[in-house]
Write a protein that binds this ligand. Structure first.
Ligand SMILES: NC(=O)c1ccc[n+]([C@@H]2O[C@H](COP(=O)([O-])OP(=O)(O)OC[C@H]3O[C@@H](n4cnc5c(N)ncnc54)[C@H](OP(=O)(O)O)[C@@H]3O)[C@@H](O)[C@H]2O)c1
Length: 232
């Protein structure tokens, strides 16, 4: 008998950017620059998903644990039939993620590292000691289609929130996997040619290839603009 193929999880990306489109300063020293309201928004979104995912540089550059936060959000999760604590997924092609990153110091829910055959045996060994699961999802590059299907099938993931950074987002956009983009626009200018944006990496070379989104909502709250884009 044929087994029914499960649908890939619904993918949301949540990012904060300056009015000039930067997600951190060029020297990467500042990446937290939005209001308490925006932080609340981030936790509220986390409370709707099975997974919170981030790239290696985001995990090791910021003091984040990718968890659900205060009890109020954990109660919301339970009310909506989700596990009290979300799964955490870290993406690291070469396994270079810093073992001292804060995320590994919090053991409230499984940590899954998605990596490739580029990761050396020593790095894999180190990661296996830190994470609950280390999943190799490709030879040189991660196949996100396959990785997300694996998360759906093995971990019952229906909704996944990606919190950047720009390089990881770009791979998801290119693979056509992003269903919704939540973007908080903050009235600051960072400038700097090397300051990262919400989609780094290779990008698209032709207008026809650009991923298309529609504005679903835009609300001004305090001094920030909370926008939601949905896949066209
Ligand atoms: N304002 C915001 O909302 C916001 C949100 C998140 C992050 N940030 C900031 O953005 C900066 C980080 O962004 P970033 O673009 O430099 O880094 P990133 O996407 O967080 O991480 C890049 C690393 O993740 C892994 N990775 C990314 N894409 C991959 C892919 N397609 N396949 C396999 N591995 C992949 C690689 O790890 P390996 O090197 O180990 O192979 C790569 O070096 C930081 O300053 C952070 O604080 C800001």
């Amino acid at each position: 008998m044929k087994t029914k193929k499960l649908k890939s999880p619904f993918v949301l990306v949540n990012m904060a950017m300056t009015a000039d489109g930067k997600i951190a300063t060029a020297n990467r020293a500042v990446s937290s620059f939005t209001s308490a309201r925006d932080h609340e928004h981030l936790l509220a979104l986390r409370a709707t998903t099975d997974v919170v995912m981030a790239g290696a540089r985001t995990v090791d550059s910021a003091s984040i644990n990718l968890g659900p936060g205060p009890a109020k959000f954990r109660r919301q999760r339970l009310k909506h039939g989700l596990a009290e604590y979300n799964l955490r997924v870290i993406v690291s092609r070469s396994g270079s993620v810093n073992p001292r990153a804060k995320v590994f110091q919090h053991r409230f829910s499984p940590i899954i590292v998605l990596t490739t055959r580029r990761a050396s045996a020593a790095r894999l060994k180190r990661l296996r000691a830190l994470a609950d699961v280390v999943k190799i999802c490709g030879r040189k590059e991660i196949s996100f289609n396959a990785a997300l299907r694996w998360l759906r099938e093995q971990w019952r993931v229906k909704r996944l929130l990606c919190e950047g950074g720009g390089e990881l987002n770009d791979a998801l956009f290119r693979a056509g996997l992003v269903d919704e983009l939540h973007l908080t626009i903050c009235p600051k200018i960072f400038g700097g040619r090397h300051a990262p944006t919400i989609a780094e990496g290779r990008g698209f070379r032709r207008l026809a290839a650009a991923k298309r989104f529609r504005i679903k909502s835009a609300r001004r709250i305090g001094g920030e603009l909370f926008t939601v884009f949905t896949r066209d």
